[in-house]
Design a binder for this molecule. Sequence first.
Ligand SMILES: O=C(O)c1ccc[n+]([C@@H]2O[C@H](COP(=O)([O-])O)[C@@H](O)[C@H]2O)c1
Ligand SMILES: Cc1cc2nc[nH]c2cc1C
Length: 362
Amino acid sequence: MGTATSGATPPEGRVGELARGVAPPDGAAAREAGERHLRLTKPPGSLGELEALGARLAGMAGRCPPPVPERPAVLVAAGDHGVLSRGVSPWPQEVTAEMVRNFCRGGAAVNAIAAEVGARVLVLDAGVAGETEPHPLLRRARVRPGTADLSRGAAMGREEAARALLAGAEAAGALLREGADLLVTGDMGIGNTTPAACLVAAFTGRPAAEVTGRGTGIDDATLALKVRVVEEALGLHRPDPSDPLGTLAALGGLEHAALAGAMLEGAARRVPVVLDGVSSCAAALVAAALSPPAAGYMVAGHLSAEPGAGAALEALGLRPLLDLGMRLGEGTGGLLAVPLVRAAARVLSEMATFEEAGVSGG
Ligand SMILES: O=C(O)c1ccc[n+]([C@@H]2O[C@H](COP(=O)([O-])O)[C@@H](O)[C@H]2O)c1
Ligand SMILES: Cc1cc2nc[nH]c2cc1C
């Protein structure tokens, strides 16, 4: 279980071991939750999506009722992007490192929302281009200082993609060892909605124009350029989605790689993994391509306004819990779904049955 492997096995082999370590959720526990829902003091089906989520949580944990997550954590993976040189984002690259600093000081949206839901924050430098300083909230595992321009060549080498993925798995493993029982996956990286769109297009087969959006906020001309850049990249690399690591290396970002690893680690340890925005959803496609059962541990926290997010969630067969028009990343939308995940589990453990409560008609 987990990524305990190391030593002589090369990174790609360790990624394979991690992926093979994910067992499918327990169908019997999920069915038991479905049956229990019928005996709880409410009209059948009246808790809607919360019932389906509760059954999924039981399947993930392998028991009914499932544990109520008490110690959520958000992993914010950060990286920079060579494709920024194509003018796909209005923000300068320095903002990535500056925001990492802001996360560490507690001044970002992710910090405020994590405080609200009682989540621990861990930031991972998987490939920031600018300087990051040591800090207790920061894990520095930079594989390279940003990717290369994916529209002109591979974003990174295959081994680099594997190493960034393992860095994410190790960060998630540390959180879980230290007591986290639910993982939210967040991202930070100026320009990263372009590689996210590329990954979503590659894994879903949808055209660039359908999965490319305005990111942090771009005008029509820049959006048209961004769609062209994604099309060029897809034409250049001709990604093969049955080679997830190759696709990730050609088109992805270091934070996408790290988040895919974190998702596999969470799934291998049977912990719910809450997805956030488009980069988190793109990473989820990579994780699910490496290990199809991993999708069974993913919960779609919210529907980002970025179109690639919805396309990815549809391909993963996941329905978002919230739709608030958010498009920030950092794990913010995923964190807001944490109380819903908790409630879905708590309903199964704390509600009385018709028989226990002496309520007639059940
Ligand atoms: O979470 C989302 O869906 C989302 C949508 C748009 C932008 N973002 C964030 O904004 C940055 C990328 O936007 P851009 O325009 O620079 O590609 C990156 O730091 C993301 O976390 C995030
Ligand atoms: C300020 C800022 C904060 C962010 N958080 C996630 N992506 C971001 C992009 C910008 C530009």
